[in-house]
Design a protein around this ligand. Structure first.
Ligand SMILES: O=C(O)C1=C[C@@H](OP(=O)(O)O)[C@@H](O)[C@H](O)C1
Ligand SMILES: C=C(OP(=O)(O)O)C(=O)O
Length: 428
């Protein structure tokens, strides 16, 4: 947990980055592969700590998963192929792992206990335990099922119609995964549309899902069939280089093989609105998920307002967008982003506190932040607070700092982007 001196005063970033696999899609490829019948092969899988937590949990549930240099091979034996684990399952730092897995376990007639790291222990779980209990799963946990450790005994569940109080793909996916095993029909109604990788993947594994605006429904008793998944690059990882390219002088970067699912491209809309010099070349129209190359150059930016149904389309990018806003002309307002408070850290507080240490003019609000732009950043000692996205945002901030910057808890970055510093170096 040592201190790491970051590169500062960078005069140019040039080159190409092959963006690592999408974290959301990598998790789902293992989960769907595990409950499908037959073999699933996955290329482009993200070897980040979060996705490896998913792999280890499903191995403990009796699923054989082979890790090769070029692909993952998952030997699915259907829903009934999952077995009661002998030990507690540890999801590490991964909210996606625990919430989606609860949906799968809700349909399984055996007992499982789930734990995670210190950060997971503070993240709200009744958003999934409540609807899954309504479906008939027996779940308990610390503070009436709000926090880990959680225990679940599933099986014999029935479909529900559920109005989700927050736009969350983890909540939606958890309920849909339970719904695929429930009696009758299950419908989730979201306040705003969240990422739809689960819906796409149900279809790719031969299942059926109905979508009608903010309504998503599945019927129970569906058998899924193993398939091949080609995981695109993660736009949430690309985001750090999109912002770096826009704010570091004399830069020109191409991000290759980036997933361009419209439920994830909020950052592109915002950067264009702010005046970023960004172009996209779409490739390979045959995949379940659209993919393209994004080119970014040093840009003259102006402030903007970000809120409403745009928020779920860029929720994980808000820390790096806050940094972008410090370099824009005028004020940027981020609102309707309460969800930032329940991520790996309270991302409103960590972004505001850490960027303030570097000299940014940024204020926390109840549901977001307000940033005054055209701000020279200085230097200082900052921390990721164990949050990968905060760590990477601070490393990008350092590139434009005049004085020395040291980063504490740098290792958190391996959760979603183990090669981050190696990729950044390539551009210098
Ligand atoms: O479903 C997913 O893969 C994710 C959904 C989002 O969380 P919420 O569902 O809590 O919004 C996002 O922040 C997370 O990084 C991944
Ligand atoms: C919030 C995140 O992930 P998770 O919820 O899976 O921990 C993230 O990756 O920014």
């Amino acid at each position: 947990m040592g201190k790491h001196t970051l590169k500062t005063n960078i005069t140019s970033l040039q080159g190409d980055i092959l963006v690592p696999g999408d974290k959301s899609i990598s998790h789902r490829s293992v989960m769907f592969g595990a409950v499908a019948e037959g073999v699933t092969t996955v290329t482009g899988f993200l070897m980040g700590e979060d996705c490896l937590s998913t792999v280890s949990c499903f191995r403990q549930l009796g699923v054989e998963i082979e890790e090769h240099a070029d692909q993952m091979v998952i030997h699915g034996k259907g829903w009934d192929g999952l077995k009661e684990p002998k030990e507690v399952l540890n999801v590490g730092n991964s909210g996606t792992t625990i919430r989606l897995m609860m949906g799968i376990l809700a349909g399984r007639d055996f007992h499982t206990t789930l734990i995670g790291d210190e950060s997971i222990g503070k993240r709200p779980m009744t958003r999934v335990t409540k609807p899954l209990s309504q479906m008939g799963a027996r779940i308990d946990g610390r503070q009436s099922g709000e926090y880990t450790p959680l225990s679940i005994r599933g099986g014999g569940i029935s479909g529900i119609e559920y109005r989700a109080p927050v736009a969350s793909a983890q909540v939606k996916s958890s309920i849909l995964l339970a719904g695929l095993q429930a009696d009758g029909k299950t419908t989730v109604i979201e306040p705003e549309k969240s990422r739809d990788h689960t819906e796409r993947m149900i279809r790719q594994f031969g299942g059926t899902v109905e979508e009608d605006g903010l309504f998503v429904s599945v019927r129970g008793g569906q058998t899924l069939k193993g398939t091949h998944i080609k995981v695109p690059g993660d736009i949430s990882s690309a985001a750090f280089f999109l912002v770096a390219g826009a704010i570091v002088p004399d830069s020109s970067i191409t991000l290759k093989n980036v997933g361009l699912n419209p439920t994830r491209t909020g950052i592109i809309d915002v950067m264009r609105e702010m005046g970023a010099d960004l172009t996209i070349e779409e490739i390979d129209g045959e995949q379940m998920e659209p993919v393209g190359n994004i080119h970014i150059k040093t840009s003259h930016l102006k402030g903007t307002t970000i809120g409403g149904d745009l928020i779920p389309r860029l929720i994980d990018e808000l820390p790096i967008i806050a940094l972008l806003a410090t370099q824009a002309e005028g004020e940027t307002i981020i609102r309707d982003a309460h969800e930032l408070k329940v991520k790996e850290t309270n991302r409103i507080d960590t972004v505001v506190n850490e960027l303030s240490k570097l000299g940014a003019d940024i204020t926390a609000t109840d549901d977001g932040m307000i940033i005054q732009g055209k701000n020279k950043l200085s230097g200082g000692i900052v921390s990721s607070h164990g949050d990968h996205r905060i760590g990477m945002m601070l490393a990008v901030a350092a590139l434009i700092c005049n004085d020395e910057v040291s980063l504490e808890q740098k290792e958190a970055i391996s959760v979603s982007y183990p090669q981050f510093f190696a990729d950044l170096e390539k551009l210098m």
